[in-house]
Design a protein around this ligand. Structure first.
Ligand code: UDP
Length: 384
C-alpha cells in the first residue's frame, strides 16, 4: 500500500503528531507532502519518514477566512495541486490529514485518479470554521473522498450535521505508543528533580499542555487560580503555533493584573511531554470550544495523572467522570477551581481514579491497534 500523505502544517500540532505515528507504521513506500516547512519536517526526517515540502510559500487562508481570502489563494493553489497530482501518480492513494490538505488532495485526486482519504481531526462547526470554509470542506469530502476517518464520534457527528455523508465515515481514535509512557513509579525520581528545578517542590502543580490559543482556554485556568489557595500553581507547556501572539500577550497581562507571577510557569513548546506531565499533580484541559479529540487528555491518563477536561466534543468520550477523570463545563473557572481543590484535598481517591484511567487508556488508545484499524479501512477501500 503506497500512500501519499498531505498535511498543511510545518508545526507540531495534534494532527501532525498523529500522522507521524501512522506514517511510521507503513513499511511500504510512503511520502508526506507538507504545505509549509517547519519543525514537523525536521521531526519526520529524524524518524526517517520520507517528507517533501510541496511549496515554499505558506497558504494564507485560515479556518475563519471568508470567500475573498480563498479566491486570493487560488493563484498559489493551482501549481501546488498540479505538483501534488504528479506526485500522487506514484502512489495508491492520497491521504489528506488537514483541511487545506483536503483542498489540495481533492483536486490532485481528481487529476491523478487516485482515491482520496480524509483524516478528519476537526469539528466542522461555527466555533472553528467560517461558513464558506465549512461548505467547502463538506463539498470536497462528499464529492472526492472515498473514506473519511474521524478522530472521535464528536468529529463525525459535526461532519454529518454540517452536511457530510455519514456512510463514508469511520471513527478511529488516536493511538499512543505505550512504551513512551513508563509506569508511574519509574517517574518518581525524575519527577522530584524536575519539580525542584522549577522551584515547585512543595506546591500543588496543575499542568496545562496545549498550544497557546484563545479556544484552548489557558485564561480559564489562570482565572481558576485566583479562587484557589496560594500553594496551587500552574505550569503551561505549549506555544502559539498559528500566530496567536495577541493572546499570549493577553495571558501575560492577566498574570500580572491578577498578581499570579509567582504561581505561573510558561515553558513554551516542549517535546518530552510524559516527563513534564509526571512532574504535575493534576492536568487541566480547558478548551472553551468542543475539542475534536484531545490528545493531551489521554496522555495525562497514560502518565497516571488525574485529569480534569472540558466537557465538550471528543473529550467526553475519553473521560468517565469520577471513574477515569473529571469533566468541567467549558469556560467555567469557578467549577474548575472547585474540582482542582477537591482533587488536592482527596489525594488517595484522586490517585485511584488516575490509576484506573491509566489502565483504561492503555486498553483503549494503543497505537498498534489504531494503526491496524486504519490499515484495514485503507485495505478495504483499495480492494473495492
Ligand atoms: N504538545 C507537545 N508539546 C507542547 C504542547 C503540546 O508535544 O509543548 C503535544 C501534546 O502532547 C499533544 C499535542 O501536542 O500530543 C496536542 O494535541 P491535542 O489533540 O491535545 O490538541 P491540538 O493541538 O491537536 O488542537
Amino acid at each position: 500500500m503506497k500512500l501519499f500523505f498531505i498535511d498543511q502544517s510545518g508545526n507540531l500540532g495534534g494532527a501532525e503528531l498523529c500522522l507521524a505515528d501512522i506514517a511510521q507504521s507503513f513499511e511500504t513506500p510512503v511520502l508526506i507532502g507538507l504545505l509549509q516547512d517547519g519543525p514537523f519536517r525536521e521531526r519526520l526526517e529524524s524518524l526517517q519518514v520520507p517528507v517533501q515540502v510541496l511549496t515554499k510559500q505558506a497558504l494564507q487562508v485560515r479556518k475563519e477566512s471568508g470567500l475573498a481570502a480563498g479566491l486570493k489563494s487560488l493563484q498559489q493553489l493551482i501549481p501546488l495541486i498540479q505538483k501534488a497530482a504528479r506526485t500522487a501518480a506514484d502512489y495508491d492513494a492520497i491521504y489528506a490529514n488537514t483541511p487545506k490538505a483536503l483542498v489540495v488532495g481533492a483536486l490532485a485526486s481528481a487529476l491523478s485518479r487516485r482515491p482520496l482519504v480524509y483524516h478528519l481531526h476537526d469539528i466542522i462547526a461555527p466555533e472553528h470554521f467560517s461558513k464558506t470554509n465549512r461548505q467547502l470542506l463538506i463539498f470536497l469530502a462528499n464529492r472526492f473522498a472515498r473514506l473519511v476517518i474521524a478522530n472521535s464520534n464528536a468529529s463525525k457527528a459535526a461532519f454529518i450535521e454540517a452536511g457530510g455523508q455519514a456512510d463514508k465515515v469511520e471513527v478511529v481514535y488516536n493511538g499512543f505508543d505505550l512504551d513512551a509512557y513508563p509506569v508511574a513509579v519509574a517517574l518518581e525520581e525524575p519527577r522530584a528533580a524536575l519539580r525542584q528545578e522549577l522551584g515547585l517542590s512543595n506546591r500543588f502543580v496543575v499542568g496545562h499542555f496545549s498550544r497557546l490559543a484563545p479556544w484552548k482556554g489557558q485564561h480559564i485556568l489562570l482565572e481558576a487560580l485566583t479562587h484557589l489557595p496560594e500553594d496551587v500553581v500552574a505550569l503551561f507547556v505549549g506555544d502559539a503555533l498559528f500566530g496567536e501572539d495577541a493572546y499570549v500577550e493577553a495571558l501575560h497581562q492577566q498574570v500580572k493584573d491578577q498578581g499570579l507571577s509567582d504561581r505561573i510557569r510558561f515553558l513554551g513548546f516542549q517535546s518530552d511531554i510524559p516527563r513534564l506531565m509526571a512532574a504535575c499533580d493534576l492536568v487541566a484541559h480547558t478548551s472553551t470550544a468542543p475539542e475534536p479529540f484531545g490528545r493531551v487528555i489521554v496522555e495525562a491518563m497514560l502518565c497516571a495523572r488525574p485529569v480534569i477536561a472540558a466537557a465538550a466534543g471528543g473529550a467526553v468520550e475519553l473521560v468517565e467522570p469520577g471513574q477515569t477523570g473529571w469533566l468541567c463545563p467549558p469556560g467555567d473557572a469557578d467549577k474548575l477551581a472547585a474540582l482542582i481543590l477537591s482533587c488536592r484535598d482527596q489525594p488517595e481517591f484522586t490517585q485511584a481514579v488516575a490509576q484506573r484511567a491509566d489502565q483504561t487508556a492503555r486498553q483503549r488508545f494503543n497505537l498498534t491497534e489504531t494503526n491496524q484499524q486504519i490499515r484495514s479501512h485503507l485495505q478495504a477501500l483499495l480492494e473495492r
